[in-house]
Write a protein that binds this ligand. Structure first.
Ligand SMILES: Cc1ncc(COP(=O)(O)O)c(C=O)c1O
Length: 436
């Protein structure tokens, strides 16, 4: 089959062809020949209920018949209104919702909102601080905020300067530190950065865990302490819950679990159940109020997208959120998380497995070439492709993050299906280890 599609983060030379997925049902993706693959990465971490969920597709069909798109410029629509109200009720301390289409744009909006907030109140605060290896998307602003060297070094010359502080990754602590000491060190670095610079607009971090930058689950209290520090130093806290909110880490609103309070927070991915592109940036009253004034004051937010508040996506998100309650999803996730946790010992004992990091419905299995020395695997080994090919033999769609095998299934996965995913992943790692 001739293809004109250019695939993301893909060396196109390595791929003669791609499987053509033509149907999805529950946890499974089907190609044209009817071969099934379990969606082990929730179609890039966003699928909640599995594919072709009737309640979600019905709401899309119903909305499609009424209103497909209408703008939020000078107008509104009932689905965007209802969803905003629902989100503000769900997210403590949040006051208004600004819609966009994907996580990267939601983070651009977060950054612009913070910058314009300081401008609106007449303070000169223009710099950001973020955690090393944070990831906030692939647009220029989002890349600047969340610089992952492996992904973004080629664009460095055009990225804006952001101050970075270290992330407490339990598996890779610098020599001479205990994990507790290192956490303290990371927090001290933030405090020092805030103390030394009076032009910091905001601290930006993923809420609960870093995912794309290496699956680093923050130690208890880490985010809470950062939140307190931000308040103390009059620095805004921007949280990114695009990949970690809405159940992924076992909580609906992760910042609530982390006992932290953002000024601005973004959701995406699972917001629409993973069915339609939608993201939302929520702001506190303090932020929102600074944008109010006379027209000629030019305090209103200078940002907008064509599909902002798209009623189809908002209707789907509304239905998605109602299903969390109807099916008690968060407590089901907690049970599945225990099922994952019970397999950690077995996975850790595998030959190439250096570390297993897990929270809720997220597991990152870091593969290394030498377990004792924690030696990273060279990219020349083409590990991601090997894992993908091997996992397919076990009926699983896998997408690794460099040397990290990711288990990020749809949140409503059943016990049996999760067992299948765990078993297949273990077999995949064993077979790839014996070939590598
Ligand atoms: C934490 C986080 N923020 C932002 C993004 C960017 O989202 P999108 O790919 O929808 O632009 C991602 C994507 O994986 C993410 O994990």
């Amino acid at each position: 089959m001739r293809s004109f599609v250019w695939h993301p983060y893909t060396q196109m030379n390595d791929w003669e062809k791609f499987d053509v997925i033509s149907k999805g049902k529950g946890m499974w993706l089907y190609d044209k020949q009817g071969n099934a693959l379990m969606d082990g990465v929730a179609s890039m971490w966003c699928n909640v209920w599995g594919h072709s969920n009737k309640e979600l597709t019905d709401s899309i069909i119903k909305q499609t018949k009424n209103l497909q798109h209408s703008s939020l410029f000078n107008l509104t629509n009932d689905k965007a209104e209802d969803l905003a109200e629902k989100l503000v009720k769900l997210a403590p301390e949040m006051h208004r919702v600004f819609y966009s289409d994907d996580g990267s744009t939601a983070m651009e909006i977060s950054a612009k909102m913070a910058l314009q907030y300081w401008n609106n109140i007449g303070e000169k605060k223009t710099r950001f601080v973020s955690l090393e290896n944070g990831y906030h998307g692939d647009t220029i602003g989002a890349m600047s905020l969340g610089y992952v060297p492996l992904f973004f070094s080629k664009f460095k010359s055009v990225l804006f300067q952001v101050l970075r502080t270290p992330t407490p990754n339990r598996y890779r602590i610098p020599k001479g530190y205990s994990f507790e000491d290192y956490q303290e060190f990371c927090l001290e670095k933030i405090e020092q950065t805030f103390s030394k610079n009076d032009d910091i607009a905001a601290f930006v971090m993923e809420s609960g865990a870093q995912i794309a930058g290496g699956v680093v689950i923050y130690p208890k209290g880490f985010q809470k302490k950062i939140s307190k520090m931000c308040k103390k130093h009059n620095v805004l806290l921007i949280l990114d819950e695009i990949a970690t909110g809405f159940g992924r880490l076992g909580s609906m609103i992760e910042y609530q679990k982390q006992e932290s309070t953002p000024d601005i927070v973004s959701f995406g991915k699972m917001l629409s159940g993973g069915y339609l592109p939608l993201a939302a940036t929520l702001a506190s009253k303090k932020i929102y109020d600074s944008f109010l004034g006379e027209y000629q004051d030019m305090k209103h937010f200078f940002h907008g997208h064509t599909f902002t508040g798209n009623p189809l996506a908002c209707a789907t998100a509304l239905r998605n959120i109602s299903l969390y309650k109807k099916y008690n999803l968060i407590s089901k996730i907690k049970k599945r998380a225990i099922q994952m946790e019970l397999r950690i010992k077995e996975i850790s004992s595998l030959d190439m497995v250096g570390d297993v990091r897990h929270a809720g419905m997220l597991m990152g299995i870091e593969l290394v070439s030498d377990k004792k020395k924690k030696t990273p695997i060279s990219p020349t080994k083409k590990l991601p492709q090997k894992i993908f090919v091997e996992a397919k033999k076990h009926g699983i769609y896998q997408r690794t993050l460099g040397p990290i095998v990711m288990l990020v299934p749809p949140l409503a996965i059943s016990e049996k299906e999760l067992g299948f995913l765990l078993d297949g992943t273990i077999k995949t790692i064993k077979n790839v280890s014996s070939q590598t």
